[in-house]
Design a protein around this ligand. Sequence first.
Ligand code: SF4
Length: 313
Amino acid sequence: MFPWGDDRRFNSYNRFLKQRFGGRVQKLTLDAGFTCPNRDGTVGIGGCTYCCNDAFNPAYCDPGKSIRQQIDEGIRFHHRPGVKPAGYFAYFQAFSNTYAPLTRLRDMYEEATAHPSVLGLIIATRPDCIDNPLLDYLQELQEHIFVTLEIGMESCRNETLRRINRGHDVACAVRAIEQAASHHIPVGTHLIFGLPGERPEHWLEDLSLINHLPLHSIKLHQLQIIRDTVMEAEYRLHPNDFFALPFDTYVSFIADYVERLSPDIIIERFAAEVPPRFLSTTGWGGIRYDQVIQAIEKELNVRNSWQGRFVQF
Ligand code: SF4
C-alpha cells in the first residue's frame, strides 16, 4: 500500500475519484462558445501554434446547443451497456472557459451544476484569465459542488512559451496557480513533452518548479502535431528542433518523471489521445491509452519503483 491509499505505483486520478465519489466519474466535454484572448487580439492573434480545439471536441459538442442539452447528449454519447459511472463532471474544455463577464460565467456554470447527474465542474482556462472576483465566486460555489480549475502551463520555459505564441510567461502561470490554490480551489495543470527546443533533460529539471506548486493534479502529454496548424508548418521547416519520443522511450521517460514527481500530485493523464485523422505525423501508430498506462505501470514494476521515490524538494 502506497501513501495515497492503494497499491498502484502512482497517485492515480481513478483512486481519487473512487475515494471521493465512490467510483468512476465520466467527464462530459462541453463547448460553451467561449473564445480565447490569444486568438481574438486581446493578448495575441492566431493562438498557440499547436492549437486546434476541434481535435478534442466530441461530436455532440456544439456551442449552438444549451449546456443542459450538451450534458444530456454527452451522457447518451458515453453510455455503455452494463457500465454505470458514479456520475458526471461538466468539463468546460473548449478554448478559455473563464474568458467572459462573471455574470455570464455564473449562468453557464450553474446551468451545468443544476443538472441532477452532474457531480462537479472542471473548468479549463489560461493563466491570464483568472482574477479574484472569479476565484471568490468559485470558492463559494465549491462549498456546494466539486470544482476544479485546469490551468494550462504547457512548458516551464519562457523561451518555449514565446516560440509557441502562448501569450503569457511562466511567472503568470505560477501566479494563477498559487492564487487559485489560495482560494482552496483544486488546481490541475498540463504539460506537453516535445515542444520545439526542449529535451527530456529539461522536463526533468523543470520538476524543481512543478514540485513546488500547490497542484492538485497534473496531465502529461506527448506532443501531437495537428494538421494545418502553425506548428505543423514549423515542424516541416525545422524537424530537428522537435524531440518526439518514440513510444518505448516515452514510457521509460515517464517512469523517470514519475519517480521524481511529488507523491502529493494526482496524475490524471500520462499521454494525449488526439484522433488520428487530426494528426500530421503518425505518432505511435494507434497504441491505445490503456496500453500506455499498462506499459508505464509495467516499467515501474520492473524497476520496483513508484511516484516520488526520488523526489527532491
Ligand atoms: S490558450 Fe488554448 S484556446 Fe487559446 S490559443 Fe492557446 S491552446 Fe488555443
